[in-house]
Design a protein. Structure first.
Length: 47
């Protein structure tokens, strides 16, 4: 699993199994990415 750091205010686009897209504006904290119920990545957002 890779750890990535993004600057605050970064926009993320995610896609799920249903045809829907979600936009998230990161501020601070950790974001976990899961697929098929398994954690595949975690992103640490720092100021």
């Amino acid at each position: 699993m890779d750890e990535k750091t993004f600057p605050k205010g970064q926009w993320l686009i995610t896609e799920s199994a249903t045809p829907a897209y979600f936009l998230y504006k990161l501020k601070k904290g950790k974001v976990s990415i899961h697929t098929h119920g398994k954690k595949i990545n975690e992103i640490d957002v720092k100021e």
